[in-house]
Design a binder for this molecule. Sequence first.
Ligand code: F3S
Length: 66
Amino acid sequence: MKMKIDEELCTGHGRCAKYAPNVFRLDDDGYNADRGGEIEVPAGEEDNAIKGMKSCPEKAISLAGE
Ligand code: F3S
């Protein structure tokens, strides 16, 4: 499973990393460190990743195509 983080929509709420700390990383400014790119969700972290995705108030995270 891959997810992408929109560079413009992420405004640093940080909820993604709270719900899925093993999936999403924040940079020093509190933004998703992988914004503008895609990440591979580690095996077993899919449910957390989806919770993190849904928790983003800006809808900056979405499923990426296979
Ligand atoms: Fe950014 Fe949304 Fe996470 S705004 S830091 S992707 S909760």
